[in-house]
Design a binder for this molecule. Sequence first.
Ligand SMILES: [Fe+2]
Length: 322
Amino acid sequence: MRGFIRGTHHLTFCVGGAQEDYDFHVRLLGLKSVKKTVLFDGEIPIYHLYYGNRLGDPSTLLTAFPYRQAGWMGKRGTNQAKSLNLSVPADALGFWADRLSEHGVEHERGERFGTERLFFRHPCGIEYQIVGDPDTDDREPYDAVVPAEHAIRGAYGTTTSVRETDPQHFFFTEALGGELVSSEGPHHQYRIGDEQGYGRQLELAEEPDLPQGTWQFGEGTIHHQAFDVVSAANQQEVKDWIVGLGFTDVSEPKDRGYFFSMYCRSPGGLLVEIAYGTPQGFTIDESEEELGTHMCIPPHWEDRRSEISQLEPIETVETVVG
Ligand SMILES: [Fe+2]
């Protein structure tokens, strides 16, 4: 390919209640709430909640749109992203099995592609996997809730449900420069990105008999996977490469406040974003010590504070002001 992909930048999904989502990611999974803001697209105010490590480094970020208050439901199915897969050290899997049990979260333990995994669900129904990653992972774990030795490191990757593999195989290998690593029956694993990246495992699950999943914003569905393309110049190069293959619907760059994004619907249904961060990252509107403690309103929503204040309140570990 022309240009390069580093690895995952963030994973974004539509959940139910904001409190339920906060409790799941912060109180159960032990991630840090690094930013509370609103979804930049659309006509109605929707929270955009970011979770990650201390500074919200690329590949540690999970971001949620809570849609229950608005009443928008999604439908899970095929031709759609299916599972969010998170890395922990390989010997931490027992800790996580116990922790999920203690919190009353049903889970199954299994093995796939040579890694031990826990399969469970977000309260809104989205599938999650905790993957015991045997590889070295230098990402800084957030250790305020879960001890560092067991803590989630960030994205391992995603699984996308497809009717057939060929179109997405083409996209993963040609458009994203990845390689097929392994196949186990209906499951296939690809690796994308470079040695400095994380969240490089993209998996497919062949599920030809499932109905089509929805792509619009709606509770209970994964919305997109963002890949880190590091710089504006490389983002443009990757876009030109993907467009040159015939995927002409790569969007214009969008200013997301903390990073700049382009979007492209891949043929297996996964919405792909290519993003690069700003130098300030999440400290552009909050100090490092206060990350996640304000309701951060983007300039173009500033005159709609009264609407935003109607969003359900979230009881948090940190003190939220404004
Ligand atoms: Fe995104």
